[in-house]
Ligand binder design. Structure first.
Ligand code: CDP
Length: 249
């Protein structure tokens, strides 16, 4: 959204009303989730979502580092979201900038509200999210990957946590913005939903939406999260209860 007013806005819809990448307003980018992509971590997942490629690894519950963060009555959830230096085409300074710190914090808080942290006092559950290739929506892709990685690690949680952004582009609400839409859109509203209770544990907003638009955007995001939820469940099913090949005994 940083380019509003700075550059001429390119066409964001075709003559047929479809988006630049051919999608309908409420259509998600192709999403592929693989549970258990790493062998070393306690739990892991790899997500390809549009042009985003994101790996998540989970360790824990384990000893708390640094020690002074330890809580006597619950586990703490620590998250590190990081964009690889090669994940974007302009040069990105490696390491944790303010944006990464903010994203890490909101993701940790979202998971802390879903994990049964009281069951593991004096421990840490460490969530690592590495963005290998970025094309907008990486915090949501990171949440999807981390959530499947937490389930893969056997961490007890109330539910999985699908996430998606809804935005306003050329005056229209669209789901799951790509980089061009994110750059030239008027608003971006990432959210993460606990599907079975309907609770939103993450909701951020950049740009401006009217009250009615906000309400429609949330409805659109909730719908999107329900179908992302299906893909996440399927990834875990494929890892833990794969369907036998046709003709197998
Ligand atoms: O990725 P997400 O949409 O959650 O976060 P954002 O801050 O809205 O960033 C949108 C996109 O801008 C990222 O996904 C990257 O493609 C790009 N970006 C970048 O090129 N360089 C950065 N230092 C940060 C973001």
């Amino acid at each position: 959204m940083g380019n509003i007013g700075a550059k001429e806005v390119p066409p964001l819809f075709g003559a047929d009303g479809r988006r630049v990448d051919g999608r309908h307003l409420d259509e998600l980018r192709p999403l592929k989730v693989t549970a258990g992509a790493l062998t070393q971590a306690d739990g892991s997942a790899y997500v390809e979502w549009g042009l985003n490629k994101v790996m998540a690894a989970v360790y824990g519950p384990r000893e708390v580092h640094p020690r002074h963060l330890q809580e006597n009555n619950k586990a703490i959830v620590q998250c590190r979201y990081n964009m690889a230096a090669f994940s974007v085409d302009e040069r990105k300074r490696p390491g944790l900038d303010r944006r990464s710190q903010e994203i890490s914090k909101v993701i940790a808080e979202a998971f802390e509200s879903m994990i049964f942290v009281e069951e593991y006092p004096r421990t840490s559950i460490d969530v690592y999210i590495e963005v290998l290739q970025a094309n907008a929506g990486t915090r949501c892709a990171g949440i999807v990957a981390a959530s499947v990685a937490l389930a893969d690690a056997g961490i007890p949680m109330v539910d999985l946590l699908p996430a998606v952004a809804v935005g306003k582009v050329g005056g229209k609400l669209v789901i799951d913005l790509n980089k061009l839409e994110d750059n030239f859109g008027e608003a971006d509203l990432p959210m993460a939903l606990v599907p079975q209770s309907g609770r939103l544990v993450l909701l951020q907003m950049e740009g401006h939406l009217s009250r009615d638009e906000l309400s429609s955007a949330i409805d659109m995001g909730v719908q999107g999260c329900q179908s992302i939820y299906g893909v996440m469940q399927q990834a875990l099913r494929e890892r833990y209860a794969p369907t036998p090949a046709p003709g197998a005994p």
